[in-house]
Design a protein around this ligand. Structure first.
Ligand SMILES: [Zn+2]
Length: 252
């Protein structure tokens, strides 16, 4: 598999100052997904899988958004205006696109294409966290398994609740593809015909040292089981594969 973490960092390059935000806001979920990078690293080690993680805050450029989305460089996030993002010139927008989005996109694309050149079909798994309280409302979902139009891996992960580790696991929650969050998994997963899923974990569970290992265990089990289910369902019967395709796909 290949792992990606678009909201891994709350770093704002010095040239942009503090974007007009207080240190407290820049530390909060507004600027990044707290705990997501730690989880992605733990899963990367567990599965010996490469991880591509952004090193810049989503407030500078949200790497899970296409360049034409207004939310790629948000002027407002939840209840906060982002003064440093308002009234940007086309050149300033272009610079962020070139300096943040393109390097992330190209690195992820190259990690995936190197595997595909070696006749591997990696699953793409993106790792995120969400805030327990949004617009004043407490969220009961603990782990969200999100998918776009290709739900094969998500279906597999959700097939066996015995693997949920006692956590409240829901499909496309606390939001879903209708909110424009499927950009990375669609472009790098679906469009390559690869199994893909976006995992969202409530961030209070990731910052709790006692619960964090339980989340890693539960997700590792769900991912392994999900890949088994998805690949079983996806595997064509041996007789259905023309001989020349079998030869072509045989690793050298
Ligand atoms: Zn995120």
């Amino acid at each position: 598999m290949v792992l990606a973490c678009e909201h891994a960092s709350n770093h704002v390059p010095r040239s942009l100052g503090d974007l007009g935000l207080s240190p407290a806001v820049l530390e909060s979920h507004v600027a990044w997904d707290p705990g997501a990078r730690d989880l992605a690293v733990a899963l990367s080690e567990r599965f010996d899988a490469p991880l591509v993680a952004s090193k810049v805050s989503r407030l500078v450029y949200d790497c899970n958004r296409p360049p034409d989305a207004p939310s790629a460089i948000p002027e407002r996030s939840e209840i906060y205006d982002i003064p440093g993002n308002s009234g940007l010139s086309p050149a300033e927008i272009q610079a962020r696109h070139a300096q943040v989005y393109l390097p992330f996109r190209d690195m992820l694309a190259s990690v995936i294409s190197r595997k595909m050149e070696n006749h591997l079909r990696p699953a793409l798994i993106t790792i995120h966290s969400f805030t327990p309280v949004f617009y004043g409302e407490r969220r009961s979902v603990e782990i969200g398994i999100l998918h776009g139009t290709d739900s094969r891996l998500a279906d597999g992960m959700l097939k066996d609740p015995a693997r949920f580790g006692g956590f409240n696991v829901l499909r496309n929650a606390p939001y879903g593809p209708q909110d424009g969050v499927a950009h990375t998994i669609d472009v790098h997963g679906r469009d390559n015909g690869l199994l893909n899923v976006m995992i969202e974990v409530r961030n209070d569970l990731l910052t709790d040292r006692d619960i964090f290992p339980e989340i890693v265990e539960a997700l590792a089990g769900m991912i392994s089981g999900g890949l088994d289910f998805a690949r079983q369902d996806a595997a064509p019967a041996l007789n259905d594969i023309p001989l020349r395709d079998m030869e072509a796909s045989c690793p050298k």
